[in-house]
Design a protein around this ligand. Sequence first.
Ligand code: AMP
Length: 284
Amino acid sequence: MELVSTISDLNNVLSPIRSQAKAIGFVPTMGALHQGHLSLVKQSLQENDICVVSIFVNPTQFNNQEDLIKYPRDLDRDVKLLETVSDNLIIFAPTVADIYPEPDTRQFDFGPIDKVMEGEHRPGHFNGVAQVVSRLFDVVKPDRAYFGEKDFQQLAVIRAMVKQLGLDVQIVAMPIIRENSGLAMSSRNERLTKQQREVAINISKVLFESRSWMSTISVDTLVKKVIDTLNGYSELKVEYYQVVDGYTLQSIQSWDESEYIVGCIAIFCGDVRLIDNVVYKQKD
Ligand code: AMP
């Protein structure tokens, strides 16, 4: 296990690994790690000779300054948790100045996929994600990089970015890890009170239940029913619920419009913004 905080230290650790042509797996995170992150790390360790885990709360992807300030940070705890997984890890925890020695003025455009849902409700978010992930890819030069399907749209944006920039990295998608209650694990869950956590369980519960509604009701009716049901709980307020084509991320109107259909939600529980998604029709 190595903990490095500068790009030059990271290069010093990685250069002997690179010269032996060993496979480097990479898991970018913003810390406050949980089992969802660890599932990515474990998969990366299985498929590569070494795994780099970055821990960096990227300011350019926050459209809300309060969210950035309140984002949980505890590097010591994260390191201890990663130690329980493996010794074969490099933890890269850089400073903002290291990642952005100059302000990053790049403007990305991934077409329709980054304009909807998170793109619409969090202006500039995906541009910041593309900035930091492209920068981290450039520094780490991984063979494979691991992303969770919890951030469903982010995964599509990363794939589009890799294609657009012609990067030589394989993107691996990993399933959502949930608490026993069904609540999708998230660093933001730490900010929920005990009561809010109990209410938040209804998010996945309603999403899962809605899968049994699709045989009898239209997409529009299902969307409305999901939103109304969740808004019926005190503390919950749906920001958006959209049923989309899993490839294009565009809303669909009928269940036979695509072979891959996913429902994506952003919802406030108190002042904590959570996201989740459910698959209605699976890709092949
Ligand atoms: P974050 O630290 O929130 O930026 O997340 C880092 C990576 O972990 C992203 O690829 C996320 O999609 C993934 N991730 C976060 N939560 C989960 C989860 N509950 N299950 C699977 N992957 C997750």
